[in-house]
Design a protein around this ligand. Structure first.
Ligand SMILES: Cc1cc2nc3c(=O)[nH]c(=O)nc-3n(C[C@H](O)[C@H](O)[C@H](O)COP(=O)(O)OP(=O)(O)OC[C@H]3O[C@@H](n4cnc5c(N)ncnc54)[C@H](O)[C@@H]3O)c2cc1C
Ligand code: SF4
Length: 479
């Protein structure tokens, strides 16, 4: 990399606002593009084509990684993009937000031999972003329309992937979603600095142009009944995700300025999308100039702390009751957060929220890890007389998500759910106990990953197609 490029890469790390006022930005785009291109080519050619594609095996979509790396190294980006799209409905999304260190890259043979992984995610993003820029990605052209329709509840990655696959085969597809924009957690959960919203909108617009009908602000169970949808469509998919925030039962939990993570992240994402957000504009859900305390050690907690930093918080502290080695979130995310100025208070457990009307501090007790539970995971136990207090103007609870009570929400007690509230399906056919109703994504797995939701969406599309074909044949036989 030349010195000039290095200078401009550094410049790119600035916030968009700073970059806008920086005059050196003039030739930035051109030089940065050249740098990205060179870097992607250099990285792609690092793949040793080892013949034991552990990267591919550990990618939930079994993407044909070695082959598209080879094509990218040879500069055959259009073919690389086609190959990448043959197994993935949104490679540019996965390239940006998959925890690659736990999936493809973590299992790269070069990484295993201590030479640093091929940066598979970045190359996947580069190939697909280039394909978008060059206009190689086009709406679907349906050669034969099929006179059967599928209703999909939920416009997250599982619903979108299933919709695209069914539409490719010629089915009529309508997606119902309670939000005003499609994308599910891609649009309102995951922050813009990890996944730019134009990337999601570009995809959903393409699906609209492919003939998929989106019915937004349509909450099933409230604006329309499941039973009505069943009459309207030949098959249904439930892909509603998991949204019930886990609670923390502590004295002071009803004080003002204590919020669940999704309230904070949705407000920030809406703001980024140009919406008027009352609670953000009034300052309630804005971290600027505040002492922020985030409770939790998963990826949602990391998104909250990093969003708070970007909102110019005075201080950002993250409380987690285990230590760094035993936290559920990605190490890369913790590293990024620390680099950005987040302070992690490991082995700490909140005991009480303190304040008169509004929270002003959190009482914490120190923990130690000594015993091990049945799964072999270290269990935190309190250290006696170790309490201390930290200042807090805004507390964000990021303790994970459970499914909502879907049978109640849908007003349909026939739908079988597991003891965790996830929808029960036949693992082979992905059908629920109600014939013709299928389910996929987080609402079946519990909180998981985008790449798994896409895989489920693709697999359930195959099963729905089998069901619809059988239905059609039976109808012909009966006629
Ligand atoms: C803050 C946060 C950050 C994350 N970061 C990452 C990450 O970096 N990488 C990663 O791989 N994964 C990440 N995840 C997980 C990932 O977003 C989910 O696993 C994935 O989005 C699940 O897809 P889904 O389609 O099953 O559900 P969702 O994306 O949740 O979509 C479900 C859709 O259903 C709609 N819906 C729900 N109920 C109804 C109803 N009754 N009627 C109509 N519509 C309804 C919702 O509005 C929503 O649009 C993150 C999750 C969170 C919360
Ligand atoms: S989809 Fe995710 S796991 Fe698969 S190759 Fe892309 S970044 Fe890696």
């Amino acid at each position: 990399m030349t010195d000039k490029m290095l200078k401009f890469v550094k410049l790119n790390r600035q916030t968009p606002e700073k970059r806008k006022v920086d005059k050196r930005i003039d030739d930035f785009d051109e030089i940065y593009e050249q740098f990205v291109h060179e870097k992607a080519k250099e990285q792609s050619s690092r793949c040793s084509q080892c013949g034991v594609p552990f990267c591919q095996i550990h990618c939930p979509l079994h993407n044909n990684i070695p082959d598209w790396l080879k094509l990218a190294a040879e500069g055959r980006l259009q073919e690389a993009s086609q190959l990448s799209h043959s197994t993935n409905n949104m490679p540019e999304v996965c390239g940006r937000i998959c925890p690659q260190d736990r999936l493809c890259e973590g299992n790269c043979v070069i990484e295993q031999s201590g030479h640093g992984t091929v940066t598979i995610g970045s190359i996947e993003k580069y190939i697909t972003d280039t394909a978008w820029e060059k206009g190689w990605i086009k709406p679907l052209k349906i050669t034969k329309e099929i006179d059967q329709s599928v209703g999909i509840i939920g416009a997250g990655p599982a619903g979108l992937a299933c919709a695209e696959e069914l539409r490719k085969s010629g089915y009529k597809v309508t997606i119902y979603d309670r939000h005003d924009r499609p994308g599910g957690l891609l649009i309102y959960g995951i922050p813009n600095f990890k996944l730019e919203k134009f990337v999601v909108e570009r995809r959903t617009n393409l699906l609209k142009k492919s003939g998929i009908v989106f019915k937004q602000k349509m909450e099933v169970g409230k604006n329309i009944l499941l039973s009505d949808l069943r009459k309207k469509h030949d098959a249904l998919l439930i892909a509603t995700g998991v949204y019930k925030a886990r609670e923390i039962e502590l004295p002071g939990k009803n004080l003002k300025n204590i919020f669940p993570a999704m309230d904070f992240l949705t407000a920030s994402n809406r703001k980024g999308l140009g919406d008027k957000v009352k609670d953000f504009d009034s300052g309630i859900l804005n971290a600027e100039n505040k002492n922020i305390v985030v409770i939790g050690g998963g990826d949602t907690a990391m998104d909250c702390v990093r969003t708070a930093i970007r909102q110019n918080a005075k201080s950002v502290k993250c409380l987690y009751r285990r230590d760094r080695e035993n936290m559920p979130g990605s190490f890369r995310e913790v590293y990024n957060a620390e680099e950005e100025g987040v302070e992690f208070i490991w082995l700490s457990n909140p005991k009480k929220f303190i304040g008169s009307e509004t929270v002003s501090s959190v009482l914490i007790e120190k923990m130690k890890l000594d015993k091990t539970d049945s799964s072999g995971r270290k269990m935190p136990t309190p250290i006696p007389n170790s309490n201390f207090e930290i200042k807090a103007d805004l507390v964000i609870k990021a303790l994970g998500f459970d499914p909502e009570d879907l049978p109640k929400l849908f007003n349909d007690s026939n739908l079988l759910v597991s003891k965790w509230g996830t929808i029960k399906i036949n693992l082979r056919s992905m059908e629920t106990n109600v014939p013709g109703i299928f389910a996929a994504g987080d609402i079946v797995r519990g909180a998981s990953l985008v790449v798994w939701a896409i895989r489920d969406g693709r697999e359930v599309a195959i099963e729905i197609q089998k069901y619809l074909t059988k239905k059609k044949i039976n109808k012909i036989k009966a006629a």
